[in-house]
Ligand binder design. Structure first.
Ligand SMILES: *Cc1c(COP(=O)(O)O)cnc(C)c1O
Length: 377
């Protein structure tokens, strides 16, 4: 049996080595390292795949969120509603721009932002809402957009963990996650569902004016070279990363299918165990399993984590400390928020290995060891 990894990028690369190596070599031969053809090709291909009008590539998923907030022209002190149960980048950019994070609760089933909690947190100062499609499960965008539209508040979808997923609206239409809100953002960090070989990110929108603002912000605030109309930053996806993504994007649906079949195996193995809750799959969306995260009740989670590690099985806690309890947010009054579901989740979640290369043998071994530990507790 191959050693078990949380994410196995070596075996994934081995299957596409010839194409990837040739694509990288082509960029080197062209020396068009910045703004090269590969970047334009990738933006066009991703826009087609997602069914979104504009794709603005950038340097990473954190920049994508920052650029999205900057393009919306928010002012210091404006409030941004966000979950606390997420990777730090979602909330950090709010603080970085001197905006005020308003942390709200997540739904105990989907682990994504709770629309009811959003509505309660809206004030005249609310200027943006950032739902996160956590672990690859879509937030309830239809409910979120209904509220946001009623209050005329833009929505930025943090789609770093759910690229390729979709959402079915009640009129029957299906849309890709990241394309329903005012702006969507994603990351191509190597371990993400669509990962490059370094850092990368992208921003999506269907709004022409916003697309122009996003392009400008990502490019030193300029439209015409050396004429800088607004404060921006320098955030680019480089051509080598884009060339790699051009090889991997056509495989994304296959990659998602491989993740789903691993998730199906896990689900079956754990079905009916009273101490394990397997990931919920809402009828309105399709889970893309960026993570496969168990909710454990009456189990010593840290002891299970150690037991698995002792048997060569990595597992991870995403995330041990919610954003509102991080020291970073002390000055923003993080501790004034009372988020019981979020705290409860951070104490009980455990993510198992999830990637495109998990073999039946590995899955059997992992589930066997998890059940061995839990059943003897
Ligand atoms: C990975 C991630 C980001 C940040 O992406 P980077 O490319 O690492 O900057 C933002 N939000 C979420 C939810 C993420 O998982």
């Amino acid at each position: 049996m191959q050693p078990i990894q949380m994410v196995d990028l070596k075996q994934q690369y081995a299957k596409i080595k010839a194409e990837v190596d040739a694509a990288i070599q082509e960029v080197i031969n062209s020396t068009a390292f910045i703004h090269g053809k590969a970047v334009q090709d990738f933006a066009a291909a991703l826009s087609k795949y997602l069914g979104v009008k504009h794709v603005i590539p950038c340097a990473n998923g954190t920049d994508a969120l920052q650029i999205a907030l900057m393009a919306l022209d928010l002012k210091p002190g404006d409030e941004v509603i966000t979950p606390s149960f997420t990777f730090i980048a979602t909330t950090e950019v709010i603080a970085l721009l001197n905006l005020t994070p308003v942390f709200v609760e997540v739904d105990p089933k989907t682990y994504c932002i709770d629309p009811v909690a959003i509505e309660k947190a809206i004030t005249p100062k609310t200027k943006a809402i950032i739902p996160v499609h956590l672990y690859g499960h879509a937030a309830n965008m239809e409910a979120i957009l209904e509220i946001a539209n009623r209050h005329n508040i833009p929505v930025i979808e943090d789609n770093a963990q759910a690229i390729g997923g979709d959402i079915q609206l009640s009129d029957g239409t299906r849309k890709k996650t990241g394309t329903l809100g005012t702006i969507g953002t994603t990351s191509f960090f190597p371990s993400k569902n669509l990962g490059c070989f370094g850092d990368g990110g992208a921003i999506f929108t269907n709004d022409d004016k916003l697309a122009e603002a996003l392009h400008m912000v990502a490019n030193h605030g300029m439209k015409k070279r050396y004429y800088h109309e607004r404060v921006g930053c320098n955030s680019r996806l480089d051509s080598i990363q884009a060339a790699i993504l051009n090889v991997k994007l056509p495989l994304l649906d296959e990659y998602i299918a491989a993740r789903r079949s691993a998730a199906d195996f896990y689900d079956k193995a754990f079905a009916g165990n009273p101490r394990i809750t397997v990931p919920y799959r809402a009828p309105y969306s399709s889970h893309v399993f960026h993570q496969y995260t168990l909710l454990l009740e009456g189990v010593n989670r840290d002891a299970l984590h150690q037991f698995l590690a002792d048997h060569g099985i990595p597992s991870m806690i995403y995330y041990p400390v919610p954003a509102h309890r991080q020291k970073m947010f002390e000055a923003f009054g993080g501790s004034r928020f009372e988020l019981k579901t979020t705290d409860w989740l951070t104490e009980r979640v455990l993510s198992l290995p999830m990637h495109t290369e998990l073999s039946m043998e590995q899955l059997q071994f992992i589930t066997g060891k998890v059940l061995e530990f839990i059943n003897k507790q």
